[in-house]
Structures are given as C-alpha cells and as structure tokens.
Design a protein around this ligand. Structure first.
Ligand SMILES: NC(=O)c1ccc[n+]([C@@H]2O[C@H](COP(=O)([O-])OP(=O)(O)OC[C@H]3O[C@@H](n4cnc5c(N)ncnc54)[C@H](OP(=O)(O)O)[C@@H]3O)[C@@H](O)[C@H]2O)c1
Length: 269
C-alpha cells in the first residue's frame, strides 16, 4: 500500500479520502495538507488520517501526490512543491489544467489528470483519467486503485476528452440536484409540505438512477414507459420539450466544456 498526500483538503479531497478509507486504505498512509486548521481537524476526526498545514511536508512523505486545490491556485502550489517532487506519481483533479502545465510547474512528467465527481464520497462516483506517455502500466493501476475507492473509472485516450468528461460527469451531479430543487419547489407550490416534497423527489431520483443502471432499456425507453398517452407525464414532458429543454441542456453542457477549455487557455496567456 502506497503513501498518498492530498494537497488541498476541500470537498473533492474529502470525497476521495472517504472512498479510500471505506475501501480499506490504511488511514495512517494518507496525509492531507490545507491552510485551515478547522478543516484539518474535521478531516482528521472523520477519517483518522494524518494532517498538516505544510504542503511540502505532505509531498515529501508520499509516493503519490493528489493535487486537489482550486485551478486558480494550482500554479503557485505546484511551483512551491517542485523541490519535493521526484519519483512520486502525480494525480491532478483540477478542472481545466493540462498535464503539460502541471509537468512544467512541478518539473515532473509522471502526471495523471483525472476528473472525478462528488458522489465519490459514497463510492458512487465516476472518474475520467488520462495519463501522460511516461506513466507506467503499474502507475496507471495504482491510480485506478486510488480512484476506484470513489467509484468507477474510465481511461481516456486523448487529454482533450477531459473537457467533455468535466461537462458530463464532473459537473453532472449539480444538474440532477438542480432538477430535484425544482421538483421540491413545485411540490410545495402544489400544496405539499417541504418534507414530503423532498422525500418524494429524493426517492424518485434514487429509483430513476437505479433503473438507469440496472435496466436493459435505455433512458428514452424508460421515459416512454412512464409516459401514458395523453396522460400526466406527457403533459410535463411536452412542456419541457416545447420550452426548449433539449437545446438548453446541450447549451448548458457545452458551456461547461467550453469553460474547461477556457481555464486551460487562461494559463497560456
Ligand atoms: N467539487 C467538484 O465537484 C469537483 C469535481 C472534480 C474536480 N474538481 C476539482 O477539484 C479541485 C478542488 O475542488 P473542491 O470543490 O474540492 O474545492 P474546495 O472545496 O475549495 O477545496 C480546495 C481546498 O484547497 C485549500 N487550499 C487553498 N489554497 C491552498 C494551498 N495553497 N495549499 C493547500 N490547500 C489549499 C482550500 O482551502 P480554503 O478553502 O481555506 O482556501 C480548500 O480547502 C478543483 O481543482 C476542482 O476543479 C472538483
């Protein structure tokens, strides 16, 4: 079992650490560095892992370094770590930061770029991974083991595909949450208590998600099975579609992919 350092102990790091620990990774082999003492205390208390405010100490301890800070601070964080980085495997989860930038800032080519999502916290995530040419098969396997604690993994053949992964699964949980928010608000407007509307919307999201992964039918067929001719679902779906739902969804998801590309372009300006 390898020693892993998380640089940045925010939402995504906590999700990945949660996946690792619940999958049996030895907690003492995980260290997280973050500026916030309160955050570190929370992570230490929740997962029993090691903590530090010193990024360099965390990096020096580990064989794998997971870069989990916001894209905006990634350059300064990497540059300050370059002296501690040698043979470690680097895994970056930052949106929009290409492997080439990470390599240049850290002075290491051994970089895997990864886009996880927050359901990682309950082991139901999915991560898209891209490895640079120098990453060995063994290192890829190691990255897979680390990310698998958080859910499924999907290897990409071209780095540019990460923008699409970011737009679909990285940001995707928020799209579903937004729909559930709208369903709860509508339930209240139609006379339900917030608690009842919430339970109905949550359980419906869970049931629909389970059907999507367990049923042999695709999403369109499952939708048709709910939609009786001239019934209630048809009234709702027609309203969605006549309001431009499909085009709006495509626009929104394209905006996420474009934003991922923009983040990368900002680096080269
Ligand atoms: N959230 C998602 O759904 C998701 C999905 C996939 C990928 N990502 C990527 O994951 C990365 C982290 O996102 P997040 O949502 O977890 O953000 P977050 O909750 O803000 O976590 C970032 C953490 O890094 C800390 N930090 C700031 N400056 C630091 C420094 N110099 N050294 C060490 N730690 C520092 C922050 O502390 P302060 O808050 O005190 O500044 C914060 O605790 C981002 O690059 C994002 O693109 C996020």
């Amino acid at each position: 079992m390898k020693k892993i350092a998380f640089i940045g102990g925010g939402n995504m790091a906590a999700s990945l650490i949660g996946g690792l620990v619940s999958n049996g990774w030895t907690a003492e082999y995980i260290i997280v560095s973050d500026p916030s003492v309160e955050r570190l205390a929370y992570l230490q208390h929740t997962f029993g892992i090691q903590t530090t405010q010193d990024n360099s100490a965390a990096a020096a301890y580990a064989e794998v370094i997971v870069l989990a800070v916001k894209p905006q601070v990634m350059q300064s964080v990497c540059m300050s770590l370059s002296e501690q980085v040698g043979s470690q495997l680097i895994i970056s989860i930052a949106a929009g930061i290409p492997c080439s930038a990470i390599s240049q800032w850290l002075g290491s080519q051994t970089v895997i770029r990864c886009m996880p999502n927050t359901p990682a916290l309950i082991g139901a995530g999915i991560s898209g991974l891209f490895a640079t040419a120098v990453v060995t098969a063994e290192q890829k396997q190691l990255a897979e083991r680390i990310l698998q604690g958080a859910g499924k993994v999907s290897w990409l053949t071209q780095e540019v595909q990460i923008d699409a992964v970011t737009a679909i699964s990285g940001s995707g949980p928020a799209y579903f949450f937004l729909l559930v928010e709208a369903m709860i608000a509508s339930g209240e407007q139609l006379g339900l208590s917030r608690a009842v509307a919430t339970e109905l919307a949550q359980q419906t999201a869970l049931g629909a998600a389970k059907m999507l992964v367990q049923s042999p039918h695709d999403a369109a067929t499952l939708r048709q099975q709910v939609t009786s001719p001239q019934g209630t679902t048809e009234a709702a779906i027609k309203t969605f579609l006549n309001g431009g739902f499909m085009a709006l969804a495509e626009q929104a998801i394209t905006a996420a992919a474009t934003r991922s590309q923009e983040l990368a372009q900002q680096l080269s300006q």
